[in-house]
Design a protein around this ligand. Structure first.
Ligand SMILES: [Mn+2]
Length: 305
């Protein structure tokens, strides 16, 4: 047994009814961590809620040809997070992500809070990959520190930039602290389409802009913060911010981004089921993952080693 397997806890339900363990193109794991949450916590309950929602939406739809039933996917359970210890949790996420990526599978992490992306990026880099990030989020998460904490949901992308000097392309950002937009505007490797510009550019214009900004990237990692959506559609998030995207626009956008053959990982974060209404955020999260996975499968040819 590998160390990674020691950090995985099988769950009674699986995402989209996929096998509980085993080889597959996509390996889905939950990361039920919410210790740095500063407003509406409860993201630790999201993997379970999204698994349940994923089992109760249709496998087929008119938006994309293909069924999630045909996607090669396995649910390895949840990372055994250490509540209260961001560092130990990030270490475990990195070990699990590295294990998945080094076996040439694509990790799909379901948070949990956004901080987990740092662990995923560390794991991918350890596996020899060079992921540039596409981040769908209302926020930049580029603060130097937040409430005296260096590693948190509000600083995660700053830490990613410091550790990897990678490129980050944001879509849907609409609220910021002054120091964050300074970085976003002045650092060459960071670019963004605001939620207002997404309305102007449309889905295809935004995808063109993202592809162009990341044209020289070897690998792409797609990070979806559910607060990217408007709170009208996704009220059950930790930090809701009005003025976001609708599913009718966001789902095809996410599908197009996920169809990039350079894709090496996905995460979906920040659902907070205790603050949800009628499970609509968990259902939308399940639909979002479903569309991303269908679009990314089958990818042209095999993933590059
Ligand atoms: Mn956010």
């Amino acid at each position: 047994m590998s160390i990674a397997e020691l950090y995985l806890v099988k769950q009674p339900l699986t995402f989209f009814g996929s096998p509980q363990g085993g080889d597959a193109r996509f390996i889905v794991v939950g990361v039920p961590f919410d210790s740095t949450s500063s407003y509406r916590s409860g993201q630790r309950f999201a993997p379970r809620a999204i698994r349940e929602a994923s089992l109760n939406i249709e496998a087929n739809g008119f938006s994309l040809s293909g069924s999630v039933d045909n996607v090669s996917m396995s649910d390895w359970g949840d990372v055994a997070v250490v509540h209260g210890s961001t560092q130990q949790t990030l270490d475990r996420v990195a070990i699990v992500t590295h294990y998945i990526a080094s076996r040439n599978f694509i990790p799909v992490l379901v948070g949990g809070e956004h901080t987990i992306t740092l662990g995923a990026v560390r794991g991918l880099v350890r596996a020899g990959l060079k992921p540039c990030l596409i981040v769908l989020d209302a926020h930049f998460d580029l603060r130097s520190d937040y409430l005296g904490v260096k590693y948190s949901h509000a600083t995660v992308m700053k830490r990613v930039l410091e550790e990897t000097q990678t490129k980050i392309f944001y879509i849907g950002v609409r609220a910021y602290e002054a120091e964050e937009v300074k970085i976003a505007d002045e650092v060459e490797s960071v670019d963004y389409v605001t939620s207002w510009n997404l309305e102007v550019l449309g889905v295809s214009g935004t995808v063109v802009k993202a592809r162009s900004a990341l044209s020289d990237c070897e690998n792409i990692y797609l990070s979806i913060d559910m607060d990217f959506y408007d709170p009208a559609f996704a009220p059950g998030v930790a930090n809701p911010e009005p003025g976001g995207a609708s599913p009718i626009k966001a789902l095809p956008l996410i599908a197009q981004l996920a169809s990039d053959e350079r894709l090496v990982g996905i995460d979906l974060v920040e659902v907070a089921p205790p603050h949800d209404c009628s499970d609509i955020t968990s259902v939308l999260a399940a639909k979002t993952l479903q569309q991303a996975l269908i679009a990314a499968w089958p990818v042209k040819g095999e993933r590059r080693a």
